[in-house]
Write a protein that binds this ligand. Structure first.
Ligand SMILES: [Zn+2]
Length: 298
């Protein structure tokens, strides 16, 4: 199944909901960053969360999630745009911990409980807006729900899941966000709680072949789900050799001269996607000339 997400309302607009199936793109992230299972789950949950948050973006807007905990994983960063593209990485991709007491990948242990979740919305027009909350559990879904309740005063349920095969491949990944709009009374809340109490984990639903629509119909049983939009999602990075040229030039003349003298070339890796870029001796010499010209600009 192609990865995609849906945006919907339910209970006559008193609930808004987003759901995504992200198995392929999480597997691509795993392959690109060579993550071990616990790191794969943490990165996959964060990539999925960024896409779900990005559902309402327009034009050139982006949303970036950054989690910095005190666990062995270091930081996690994921950024989604309005086109359904997401990119991201973890600082320590080779993090893998023994399963937790529930027999699940110990994402909370890998992320850590002390730290922060930052969410930055960039409209590309004015200064980006960043909201931050302390981590609750490092399990990511719980931290995100906490963010919505505390920073945006929106009662929110978040579920994110990544199922990793014994050989390390991603079997299933996905998630959903359910938000209560003003006007959602006690009746709606208790019925929703009832639904969620017996809910199958979202990664298990994806493994069973559930589409985002079916996931919402399952979780919002009895609420009358009204699908508003669906969108394909994928792992895609915005890096290019041109962009990296600018990075090299910005290092300045001295740095480039040293690089040329010591290595005869430059090798750069994009953090977000893991792609490698090599600048040959000739290319570096040309950049050096540009850097010399651009000393005022730099
Ligand atoms: Zn890249």
């Amino acid at each position: 199944m192609q990865d995609y997400l849906v945006r919907a309302t339910a209970a006559e607009g008193r609930i808004r909901a987003f759901a995504a199936v992200t198995t392929n793109l999480v597997e691509e992230a795993r392959r690109r960053h060579d993550t071990l299972p616990t790191a794969t789950a943490a990165l996959g949950r964060t990539l999925t969360a960024a896409l779900l948050l990005g559902t309402t973006l327009k034009g050139k807007e982006t949303v970036t999630l950054r989690l910095f905990g005190d666990g062995p994983l270091g930081g996690i960063i994921a950024q989604a745009d309005a086109e359904g593209r997401v990119r991201g990485y973890v600082q320590e991709p080779h993090t893998h911990l023994p399963s937790n007491a529930q027999g699940k990948l110990d994402v909370g242990g890998a992320v850590g409980k002390e730290g922060f979740l930052h969410i930055t919305r960039d409209t590309g027009l004015k200064d980006p807006y960043t909201g931050s909350v302390p981590l609750v559990s490092g399990e990511i879904a719980e931290d995100l729900a906490h963010y919505f309740v505390n920073s945006e005063q929106v009662p929110t349920v978040v579920s994110l899941g990544v199922l990793v095969d014994t050989d390390g491949h991603v079997l299933a990944a996905g998630g959903y966000i359910i938000q209560l709009m003003p006007g959602a009374g006690e009746e709606v809340i208790s019925a929703l709680e009832q639904n969620l109490m017996g809910a199958t984990p979202v990664s298990a639903l994806v493994e069973l072949g559930y589409s985002p629509e079916r996931i919402l119909e399952e979780v919002l049983k009895g609420f009358g789900v009204n699908r508003l939009e669906s969108r394909e999602v994928s792992f895609a990075c915005r890096c290019s050799k041109e962009r990296l040229e600018k990075v090299l030039i910005s290092l300045g003349r001295k740095e480039l001269e040293d690089m040329l003298a010591e290595q005869g070339k430059a090798e750069l890796k994009c953090h977000f996607c893991g792609d490698d870029f090599t600048f040959s001796h000739e290319e570096l010499s040309r950049l050096l000339a540009e850097a010399a010209h651009g000393t005022i600009r730099a």
